[in-house]
Design a protein around this ligand. Sequence first.
Ligand code: SF4
Length: 193
Amino acid sequence: MSETRVLDASEGGFATTRFEALLNWAKKYSLFQYPFVTACCGMEFMSMAGPRFDMARFGAEAPRFSPRQADLLWVVGTISQRQAPALKRIYEQMADPKWTLAFGTCASCGGFYDNYTTLAGIDKVVPCDVYVPGCPPRPEAVLDGLLLLQDKIQRGDRTPAVVKPRTDPVPRARELVSAERLRLGPRATDPRK
Ligand code: SF4
């Protein structure tokens, strides 16, 4: 369906759709989450579930602590090598169709833990649909990730995707550097002045 039009109550007519589109619409608004929360990103996850950011608006708030009753695996925080087999087992026990979201930099790529005890991203052991960068990510970024996942579910797209910043950070960084140069004057290039 390329266009959605809401019919006025006084208008007659009928709507058509494909069964697959209807099914995907139902799937994307009835996600049952399994929160696999291991570290500090968990605080942001709690904030997502609270009234301020209110994940319930998107039909994804119901947690299930049995993987057999869940279809969205939220991996929130650092995953150590010792936890990796448990994560994989939980993913395998979840009902099909199922999706995975990497919450934060640690879950996405291991973050700053460049060592032998930390898994360098959950995609080393389970497939990942959406990566949300940030240490920790802001709840708005995670909501963007959830909306991105819902869009992918609607389109039947299983290609991994990354949440992008809403604005390009490079021009802002250039502005800050220029402002700092102006503030420092000649000292910006030669600290001896
Ligand atoms: S991404 Fe940052 S906030 Fe999140 S678990 Fe890793 S270190 Fe903690």
